[in-house]
Design a protein around this ligand. Structure first.
Ligand SMILES: [Zn+2]
Length: 422
């Protein structure tokens, strides 16, 4: 297809995709700066490919009421899987990224790729069985809790994922589903989910998304695009050094990592210590009742007024905030979104992070800065995974190679040929 024709089709399709309530041909023409006959011709082609339809009538501005064009979000289904350290969320979404079916399950990522991906594949099959019309899948997105070389879709020396180093996740799942597969780390998927579904994030374009769960990580959005870095490990802030943590050995093998003092695993460990040494009567009571403490228990103890638990969470928030303040001064985002279990569990850490950021950042960098908790909940990573696929499929070069057939299903090579757009 000649480049000009492709550009026209992509422009018209994107104008219609970005108007979920529908848009008239005249509005499309105005938006992309082309004549109505140009738009009409492309609309016919896109409708023939099954990607667009005209639905209902727009309000008339005098004369015959114009038809409203709508992107056919039901034309295909993509699958996503957000694999965490201890749990996963797997689901199916339409072409707008709206999740249509999902399943949540406990998993130990340390069981290795054969076990974990085998289960992911079963769950996708089960969901697809219960969702008529979902096959063949248009693509699959996978998130894992460790660094990923984005171009190849392979984990690179992931600290908490024994057996996954260099594992060909893309090739394996592409064979199973005969679809293109993209793989990224879980925090990048959170950032992508915010960028595509949170109007504030989309409007800002420069967003820092930090996840404080078992581990700590960040996703960087710059100019509306995810910044992955040369090796895909941009934002791996859990393993930057903080002075206070010098004596602590991290699970990555280094000393002094932020995560080793402020991550969920560290909070649980410190909580146990405080309970055992008698500094925290509330956590001692919890420990006696259940035989173990989690980061969520530390938050519950803080909610009940336990001083040691409050100090522990405040210190974690202060350390995380100090690292975020450095990043904020460095690249000046307009919005910081905080997600992950530790933040979701309560306001103690969030409040300390906020305070620390505002105290430590350059005043100009925080003049209009907003720091908000993520509102996406446990399906955030899944939402990011399906948008990872949709961004890639509808990027110009990729779209060009499947538009004629009207579907990218059965084309695993699309993931190898074209990097994702975002
Ligand atoms: Zn570390």
């Amino acid at each position: 297809m000649p480049a000009e024709r492709v550009d026209g089709l992509v422009a018209v399709l994107n104008a219609v995709r970005s108007a979920p309530d529908g848009i008239t041909q005249a509005q499309v023409a105005q938006r992309i700066g082309q004549g109505r006959s140009f738009v009409a011709q492309r609309v016919r082609e896109l409708a023939a490919a099954g990607l667009m339809t005209s639905d209902g009538l727009a309000p008339s501005t005098g004369g015959r009421a114009p038809r409203r064009l709508r992107f056919r979000t039901e034309a295909g289904i993509v699958a996503g899987a957000d694999i965490g350290a201890t749990g996963m969320v797997v689901g199916l979404a339409d072409l707008s990224g709206a999740v249509k079916a999902h399943a949540t399950e406990a998993v130990d990522v340390a069981d290795g790729p054969e076990v974990v991906l085998g289960r992911v594949e079963q769950l996708i099959e089960q969901l697809a069985d219960g969702f008529p019309g979902s096959r063949p899948l248009w693509g699959v997105g996978v998130g894992v809790p460790g660094p990923v070389e984005f171009a190849t879709g392979r984990p690179v020396a992931p600290p908490i994922m024994p057996g996954w180093d260099g594992y060909p996740i893309r090739e394996r799942m592409a064979r199973r589903f005969e679809a293109a597969v993209w793989v990224d780390n879980d925090v990048n998927l959170l950032a992508l989910a915010e960028l595509r579904t949170n109007p504030q994030a989309a409007a800002s374009g420069d967003v820092l998304v930090a996840k404080v769960g078992t581990g700590i990580g960040a996703g960087l959005v710059s100019g509306g695009r995810l910044h992955r870095g040369v090796n895909g490990c941009a934002g791996d802030i859990g393993h930057v050094a903080v002075a206070e943590a010098e004596a602590v050995v991290c699970r990555c093998g280094n000393r002094g990592c932020l995560e080793a003092l402020a991550g969920g695993a560290a909070l649980a460990r410190e909580g146990q210590r405080l309970a055992a040494c008698g500094d925290s009567p509330v956590m001692a009571e919890m420990l006696a009742a259940t035989g173990g403490l989690t980061a969520a228990d530390v938050t519950r103890a803080a909610d009940r007024g336990d001083v040691a638990a409050r100090l522990l969470l405040a210190r974690a928030g202060r350390l995380i905030g100090g690292t975020l303040a450095t990043l904020i001064s460095f690249y000046n985002p307009g919005l910081v979104v905080l997600g992950g279990g530790v933040v979701a569990a309560g306001d103690h850490v969030l409040a300390a992070i906020r305070e620390s950021v505002y105290r430590r950042s350059l005043p100009l960098a925080t003049r209009t800065l907003r720091i908000e908790p993520s509102l996406l909940g446990e399906s955030a990573g899944l939402v990011g995974a399906v948008h990872l696929v949709l961004d890639a499929l509808f990027a110009r070069d990729c779209l060009t190679s499947w538009l004629r057939e009207g579907s990218p299903a059965g084309r695993p090579e699309l993931a190898m040929a074209t990097p994702a757009a975002a």
